[in-house]
Design a protein around this ligand. Structure first.
Ligand code: SF4
Length: 702
């Protein structure tokens, strides 16, 4: 039975819209499976708004697809029901065997950016102490890694928005690069209304998305660069700001280093040359440079569109360079930020799921950080393994000599969301043990040797950290289904069976207390935050040191580098960007739809969302369709050397003529990521999701 009325937050994206769950809605459709009603709650990020994903989220709690008992693959190759003891004993015994035969690094852990802070923290501790492996990474590698690397490089810290979302309300100008917030987090567009009415909303996106259409009144601007040329566009803007002496010279002098080298690095990117590469008119570029430098409240925001590239770190760095030249970061009412996507994409990258980090956003190679975390964990620093492998490299190692032989997956549907998923499936098939913790039978769970049915969202207590670095309470509204277990309990039980002497608490609040200690003194310091404070509704932005106060706005006086100064980092364009697709190729852009979240494993279970977007469709420009003889709705094949997907065509002028757009929310033979490359950014290890080359033809044609 539901509790009377519980305040919590949406299970999906990083806006973490506030909602109240209550008695089931008597007026709901008879087919509704929702055991609670959802009411939007006023909160600074969503101001009483929810998108249709949020409104329908309670359907997930009653879905018929819910897993309620552990599954173990038998000798006949089928998954069959087992008791928790049988499943956990089997997992522990096979992990021990694999570890004994191949070493601890033969066991890998793959986490997720939707896990609560408590789970993310305990998962990192479990990997390093109970398994003794360095091989842990997570699906945030596919989301935030480039912006995080750029932020760390420039500012010395990475917090998606280093200011509260409400600061955007008073903006005169917002430059939004590669983010379709109108589809991914619709209530967010309310924060763009000020800039929109001031004529200062500038959207950079190769697609004419719902967000880009916000500029249709002619006041704002939509720039539609060729996919993969965002870095050129930004270098052109920097060139123009420098050439027209629009930089904030005083700010550069006081707060940054590296201007001379940066200025030299952009000298050849004059507007007409940028136009020849990007297709963005030189006049628009000049106009934008002047608008950005006109004073007033100005923000530059980036999203996955410019970050999910093999040069994503450099592109995000260029956006930061531009912001620094204009003196925006730390200036009241202005700034640079990146829009984190996954529900706990921010907290998920702070507590030790990343292969190179320990809790508190500490570097795993830093002796002082290792000593601090080891003290909290009650071990010697040497007991903590060193850096592991980032997600793509970890997956490429599956089943190989010296690679991972057993993989535990938590909160990730990696055969849908990973690049080059055919290779990932092959890797998973070659494992000696695949264990998946999930609450539904996702495409990845279907491949597992052992599936452990865990609890979700409104069935559990915990905390999440929103895109603005604010820690929020997730609360239990209903009793979890019999047979399911909390992931904290699963980790503790496995640790016990693996005879790990370290403590693995199963109570979320006590795990948070430990997380606070482990984070103390780190960049993401949570030591001053506790559940009681969050339950009182206090706004808790990290860093929040013990006995201190939170930090809604970073950088007002200093950046996080030891000298307090930001770094201007020159970046350059790779020759391949200038080539473009061959005459018989199109550029594949992958992305999201309003109705689905991430791999779609959850939202495809919600009837209303599935009915609105039931299948994969390839968005193609009518001119391209005419050239290739493709009719609207006709089945087309999209293929390249890595794979092929077959789906109906959707003719739309939203996409550029040389591109095809595929959402990545669908699985199996309709996974867009069958076509994406597992080449990665050399700094962030972000894969390339936006500029893969494909060929397109009607499915029936040989
Ligand atoms: Fe809000 Fe995101 Fe949930 Fe939509 S999916 S209701 S934007 S938190």
């Amino acid at each position: 039975m539901p509790r009377a009325s519980v305040d919590t937050h949406c299970p999906y994206c990083a806006l973490q819209c506030a909602m109240t769950l209550g008695e089931p809605d008597a007026s709901a459709s008879p087919s509704s499976t929702a055991p609670v009603s959802v009411t939007a709650r006023d909160f600074p990020t969503n101001r009483g708004g929810l998108c249709k994903k949020g409104w329908t989220s309670a359907e997930l709690l009653g879905t018929a697809s819910r897993l309620r008992v552990p599954l173990v693959r038998g000798a006949d190759g089928e998954l069959a029901e087992a008791s928790w003891d049988e499943a956990l004993d089997l997992v522990a015994s096979r992990l021990r065997g694999i570890r004994d035969e191949y070493g601890a690094d033969a066991v890998g852990v793959f986490g997720g950016g939707g896990l609560t802070n408590e789970k993310a923290y305990l998962l990192g501790k479990f990997a390093r102490l109970a398994l003794g492996t360095s091989r842990i990474d997570y699906n945030g590698r596919y989301c935030m890694s480039s912006a995080a690397a750029a932020g760390n490089r420039a500012f010395g810290v990475d917090r998606g928005l280093p200011f509260p979302v409400e600061d955007l309300d008073a903006a005169d100008t917002v430059l939004l690069l590669g983010s379709n917030v109108a589809a991914t987090m619709p209530p967010f567009i309310g924060h763009l209304a000020g800039a929109q009415s001031a004529g200062g909303l500038v959207v950079v996106d190769p697609r004419r998305t719902a967000t880009a259409r916000l500029t249709d009144d002619g006041q704002g601007l939509h720039l539609q660069p060729a996919p993969g040329t965002d870095l050129v566009l930004l270098l052109g803007l920097i060139h123009q700001v420098v050439a027209e002496r629009l930089v904030d010279a005083d700010y550069l002098e006081r707060r940054t280093i590296g201007y001379a080298a940066l200025r030299r690095s952009v000298s050849s990117w004059w507007p007409e040359r940028v136009q020849s590469v990007t297709g963005v008119p030189a006049t628009a570029l000049r106009r934008l440079a002047r608008r950005l430098a006109a004073g007033g409240n100005t923000f530059i925001l980036t999203g996955r569109g410019v970050e999910q590239h093999v040069d994503g770190t450099d592109t995000a760095t260029a956006a930061i360079n531009l912001a620094l030249l204009l003196g925006l970061p730390g200036r009241p009412g202005s700034g640079y930020g990146t829009l984190t996507g996954q529900g706990n994409g921010q907290g998920g990258r702070e507590h030790g799921q990343k292969c190179d980090q320990l809790p508190g956003y500490r570097k795993i190679t830093d002796p002082a950080a290792r000593a601090h975390v080891a003290r909290v964990w009650g071990v010697e620093p040497e007991a903590i393994p060193g850096p592991g492998l980032p997600a793509v490299e970890l997956l490429q190692s599956l089943g190989r000599d010296g690679g991972v032989r057993a993989l535990l997956v938590h909160g990730s549907n990696l055969v849908v969301s990973s690049p080059n998923v055919a290779a990932v499936r092959d890797g998973l098939a070659s494992l000696e043990l695949l264990v998946v913790c999930d609450f539904v039978r996702s495409e990845t769970a279907a491949l597992a040797d052992v599936v452990l049915p865990v609890r979700q969202w409104a069935e559990e207590e915990g905390t999440m950290t929103s895109l603005e670095g604010r820690v929020l309470r997730r609360r239990r509204a209903i009793e979890p289904p019999e047979g399911t277990r909390d992931e904290l309990w699963v980790l503790a039980e496995l640790a016990r069976r693996l005879e790990c002497p370290a403590t693995f608490d199963t109570d979320p609040e006590r795990v948070f207390e430990e997380l606070r200690l482990a984070s103390e003194g780190g960049l993401a310091d949570y030591s001053g935050i506790d559940y009681a404070m969050l339950d009182r509704g206090e706004a808790a932005y990290w860093p929040f040191p013990r006995g201190g106060t939170g930090t809604p706005r970073l950088f007002d006086e200093r950046f996080a580098h030891a000298d307090g100064l930001a770094r201007l980092v020159p970046v350059s364009v790779r020759p391949a960007v200038l080539e473009g697709p061959a005459p018989d190729e199109l550029t594949l852009v992958t992305g999201r739809l309003l109705e689905h979240y991430q791999s779609g494993a959850q939202t495809r279970l919600v009837p209303e969302l599935l009915a609105a977007e039931p299948e994969l469709r390839a968005s193609i420009h009518p001119a391209t369709a005419e050239r290739l003889g493709i009719a609207d709705g006709e089945l087309v094949e999209v293929e390249n050397a890595r794979g092929r997907v077959c789906c109906p065509a959707l003719l739309t002028t939203e996409v550029r003529v040389e591109t095809v757009f595929l959402p990545f929310h669908f699985g199996d033979d309709r996974a867009a990521n069958l076509l994406t490359s597992d080449l990665v950014d050399p700094v962030s290890a972000m894969p390339e999701f936006k500029t893969n080359r494909v060929r397109l033809r009607p499915a029936a044609r040989p």
